[in-house]
Design a protein around this ligand. Structure first.
Ligand code: ZN
Length: 1016
């Protein structure tokens, strides 16, 4: 205190002296030399701008500064002004995060400036790329394959243009943080640290008290300490302490150090700075603290920030109580590491996120289910298209997958697939995705034409695809069959194992026959198309394509196909003189026709038993493994809180705040229609005018598939609604359930409980919701009930033995978290708009305890990667006789092991081939499959000669060995007893066998000799 008084006194004297002398104001050279002072609190000042890749405005509107009436934000201004400000003073630093923006800016710059930026700013570390994906992705709703792809795209840009590899994860804004982010999109990228700010308010309060904001995070049980990352959680948000923001219109007092001007305030501001530094140091371990100097779309006039930071560094260091420096998260990480501390261990994840007792950000797990579904479908399509591109050979000038890659990358942003953007921005993402799809669709068609061509082919086949097949719209099947020709269906399987599945195609006649490529008749079944399906087809085809579909379809034809690994099979559908040989028209029953009140459904091992009177599922029975369970399935809705009670928190795009729950009872008399046939049975249920569903049981499968159609959700009672389904059994699950992390590891959840603190329960429903991308399951000591999903949704187990999924939401109030728009999606035909209808699927199965993982992992992979269908036509047998009808990219005797998946096969622009293999099981998850797997590269690429295989980090921007060498090692508090981590060993260049331990993903760059000779 005495020192402080003395210091103040001195300045006052100096000021008076200067004034008395009448000295001229003169140029002050600020000393901003970067130095760390041991023994003092070092304040790492990190200038940054948080630039959302779309939110209130589209990505391009943000970039050019258009639509500024919504928000004055122009990323071009940020980059232009930051670059000049950095060139002015080499002590200044800046980090840049979102490569989608940087790439836009970079391609508009002159070569002279590019060279200057690279040499003077990037090489010197003044401008550092952090995170480095195309966007700062969401962590709840994307699939891990999308996270890898979008990060790889950004990292390759940085590597190609600057030769740099980002070291730090910077996820400052996403609404909760996933385990997969920590280990996979963190440690496995070679990141030394990860920083973010949004964690539950109760969690943060405890961490502030315990000084546990900095942790070592082990996100994976399987990879444990071999894949951990130092994680820094900011003590408040991702902006500076109050009073230190300096955008042009900000209200923080600037440092006024010109003695000729009024309001000289150097000491006052230095005191503010020191006080804020001490406050943060009180909750932080080591004497290094970080201030995030910036926030959303800041530095549009960069000098307004840099000028103030220059002055603070100069005067604070003259003052000497603390040390301030220009820094970056990397320099800060190194300083934390050098302190040689032990850090608390964090496992699992940071979901769900609440910033307030009644504000659980668990609504966005389901918000915009249409966009979420579209992203997931195209994610799989992108994976498949790259395989086909690899077989044909990449053409830089197109068609290729570049536009789809870019659109999908941007769609992973934390206000894109998350569903928290404005409506016009959601439309912009969807437009980009559809344009990317169009380009990839051409590539897929040309690759299939290339692969199907044989020596005797007279011409190149013209393949069409049906992206609206899910709503029964497939023009080629209608046109070709009604034209008297045969429909040729090529079925492509992107998985590394052989698949046997049922496909469905809409047809306009019952006089057809289905054959495989050897001419053998395939057992097929005709199913009537329901009215609900026809209504959606007519409305949405008109809304999407601007023309109404021709009303010709009458049936689905369903038949079982068998497809080799990473390859295709061919089937033909021909018109027959009469109802075809081998084709069965389904028999249709209604619940009224039941004799003893029970209806049994299923032709194979699995039977579902329904009560005819009540029109609902009552029992599940599998005759193979003898599992029987009383099982019900129902719908209900939550009325969204409108924010008019004591706490004005409404349910909205981000926040789920239910008021009450209401069961949805079936309204109609004949509530159940059963359709039976040799391939599958279906149960059609129309619950009310806006919810219907079809439950399917396939002869060869032991799970039920439920296709739901929900919408338009009625809001004429002025109440927003959030629609859920419940699958209810008598399993004694004891408050415990399991949900996946980004479609990968499963994490144990306990109702009303958090591992890291004593949870105060305010929202017993919303606070128990978790993101689901792959599935959710519950178990007791006899059996386990699993549900898998086709897109990202929110879900929970609020009652023992029960699983709940939220499938759709329509809300009438904004939840005050920035988007400023209500989540009320509509679809319009001419002037008439109605609420969005969603069609989607979930899958359920009950297994004996310990046997569910096999289904979840195998079927989960098949749901993620559906078979790709392409259509062409033939006269007689002309196509089949002159084309390759069966193909597999792998050796005929080979398939990938059941516990592995090929998640990337892609020819890069430089001719190298990117290969990623993933182990699908966690340690201890399955007695047979949680073991070391091996993949033989020679059999994976039987027609190519491998010249060189280089193992890389996850984003393939550096060699794995190099990454391991420079990785920082962090010490963890407590005892280090953990089970041994299993990882595959190095690959022998002769044998070329890749081993994978549980949950391991290995990434390789392969040089082939003569890459383009395939098939010739
Ligand atoms: Zn953001």
């Amino acid at each position: 205190m005495a020192m402080l008084l003395f210091g103040l006194g001195l300045v006052v004297v100096l000021v008076l002296l200067s004034l008395n002398n009448g000295a001229d104001s003169e140029y002050i050279e600020y000393n901003t030399t970067r130095r760390i002072v041991p023994g003092k609190i070092n304040v790492h000042l990190v200038p940054h701008s948080h630039d959302d890749v779309g939110w209130l405005k589209t990505v391009d509107q943000y970039y050019v500064g258009a639509n500024n009436s919504i928000r004055g934000a122009c990323v071009q201004n940020v980059l232009d002004s930051v670059i000049s400000a950095l060139l002015e003073d080499k002590n200044r630093h800046f980090i840049y995060v979102e490569i989608a923006f940087f790439q836009r800016w970079w391609r508009q710059q002159s070569n002279t400036l590019k060279i200057k930026v690279k040499k003077e700013l990037v090489d010197s570390g003044q401008l550092e790329f952090i995170n480095g994906g195309m966007c700062m992705h969401d962590e709840a709703t994307p699939h891990y394959i999308d996270l890898i792809d979008q990060t790889t795209l950004g990292h390759h840009f940085i590597k190609n243009e600057f030769g740099q590899t980002p070291r730090v994860g910077w996820q400052i804004d996403p609404f909760g943080h996933s385990a997969v982010q920590a280990y996979l999109l963190g440690a496995e990228l070679g990141f030394d640290s990860l920083f973010f700010s949004r964690i539950d308010y109760q969690d943060r309060a405890k961490r502030l008290q315990d000084k546990t904001l900095d942790v070592v995070w082990q996100g994976s049980k399987s990879l444990a300490s071999s894949s951990q990352i130092f994680t820094g959680i900011s003590p408040r948000h991702y902006d500076p302490p109050d009073g230190f923001t300096f955008e042009i219109n900000d209200v923080s007092p600037p440092v006024q150090d010109d003695i000729l001007l009024f309001d000289y305030n150097v000491q006052e501001r230095v005191n503010d700075f020191v006080a804020a530094a001490f406050a943060q140091a009180n909750v932080t371990r080591t004497n290094h603290i970080m201030w995030m100097m910036g926030t959303d779309f800041r530095y549009q006039y960069a000098n307004s920030w840099f000028r103030q930071i220059d002055k603070f560094i100069h005067y604070v260091n003259q003052d000497g109580r603390v040390n301030a420096l220009y820094s970056t998260p990397s320099l800060y990480t190194d300083a934390k590491h050098a302190a040689d501390e032990k850090w608390p261990l964090k496992t699992d994840d940071f979901f769900p996120y609440a910033d307030h007792p009644n504000a659980y950000w668990t609504g966005y797990f389901t918000s915009r289910p249409g966009l979420k579904g579209y992203v997931r479908v195209l994610s799989a399509y992108y994976l498949t298209a790259r395989q086909l591109e690899f077989f044909k050979g990449r053409i830089d000038s197109g068609p290729n997958t570049d536009a789809l890659a870019d659109a999908l990358a941007i769609a992973q942003h934390h206000d894109a697939v998350s569903g928290t953007e404005r409506q016009h921005v959601a439309a912009d993402y969807a437009l980009r995705l559809s344009l990317g799809y169009k380009e990839a669709e051409k590539l897929v068609a040309s690759s299939l034409a290339y692969l199907t061509q044989s020596a005797s082919s007279s011409g190149v086949a013209n393949f069409q695809q049906c992206p609206l097949l899910n709503i029964s719209y497939c023009p080629p099947s209608e046109a070709i069959l009604s034209g008297g020709k045969s429909l040729v269906v090529v079925v492509y399987n992107s998985l590394g194992w052989k698949r046997q599945e049922v496909i469905r195609i809409p047809v306009s006649t019952d006089r057809i026959t289905v054959q495989d490529s050897s001419g053998k008749t395939v057992e097929a079944q005709l199913l009537p198309i329901s009215n609900a399906t026809l209504n959606i087809r007519n409305y949405y085809v008109t809304a999407y394509l601007g023309k109404s579909p021709r009303e010709t379809i009458k049936y689905w034809v369903a038949f079982s196909v068998s497809v080799p690994p990473i390859g295709f099979s061919t089937y033909t559908i021909s018109t027959a003189k009469q109802t075809g040989h081998g084709i069965a028209i389904s028999s249709v029953y209604t619940s009224e026709e039941s004799i003893d009140n029970t209806i049994e459904v299923g032709q194979g091992s699995l039977k579902l038993i329904y009560s005819a009177r009540e029109g609902k599922l009552t029992h599940y029975a599998n005759s193979r493994n003898l599992v029987t369970a009383s099982t019900e399935q129902s719908y209900s809705y939550y009325s969204g809180n409108d924010g008019t009670d004591k706490d004005p928190q409404a349910s909205g795009a981000y926040v789920f705040r239910p008021n009450k729950t209401f069961p949805i009872k079936s309204e109609s008399q004949v509530s159940l229609t059963v359709i039976r046939g040799p391939v599958l049975d279906e149960v059609h249920q129309q619950l009310n005018s806006w919810i219907s569903q079809i439950t399917r049981v396939f002869k060869g499968k032991e799970h039920a598939e439920v296709e739901f159609t929900i919408g338009p959700i009625p809001v004429d009672d002025s109440t927003g609604k959030e629609i859920t389904t419940q699958i209810t059994t008598t399993l004694k699950s004891n408050g415990t359930f399991f949900t996946d992390s980004n479609g990968r590891d499963f994490i144990k959840r306990i109702r009303d409980f958090r591992t890291d603190w004593d949870l105060q329960v305010n929202q017993p429903v919303a606070g128990n919701y978790y993101p689901i991308n792959l599935g959710i399951y519950v178990q007791d000591n006899i059996s386990e009930l699993s549900v898998l999903v086709d897109r990202s949704v929110g879900g929970s187990s609020l009652v023992d033995g029960q699983i709940e999924l939220m499938l759709h939401r329509r809300l009438l109030h904004d939840d005050s978290r920035g988007v400023g728009e209500v989540l009320n999606e509509t679809v319009c035909l001419l002037d008439k708009c109605e609420g969005l209808t969603i069609q989607g699927k979930f899958y359920l199965r009950i297994d004996p305890l310990g046997e569910g993982a096999k289904w979840r992992r195998t079927t989960g992979q098949e749901i993620y990667s559906p078979l790709l269908l392409a259509f062409t036509e033939q006269d007689g047998n002309e196509y089949i006789n002159s084309h390759v009808s069966t193909f597999s990219g792998v050796d005929p005797s080979y398939a990938l092991p059941d516990n592995t998946a090929l998640i990337t096969l892609q020819e890069l622009a430089n001719g190298k081939v990117l290969l990623r293999l993933a182990h699908l099981y966690e340690i201890g998850e399955d007695k047979d499959y949680s073991t070391l797997a091996s993949v033989e590269l020679k059999k994976l690429f039987p027609t190519k000669k491998i010249n060189k295989v280089t193992e890389t980090n996850l984003s393939a921007n550096q060699e794995r060995a190099e990454m391991e060498k420079k990785k920082l090692v962090w010490k963890v508090e407590g005892s280090g007893d953990e089970s041994k981590v299993v990882r595959g060993g190095p690959i022998d260049p002769e044998k070329l066998v890749v081993e994978l331990g549980p949950m391991e993903i290995r990434t390789f760059l392969i040089d082939f000799l003569n890459i383009r000779v395939f098939g010739s």
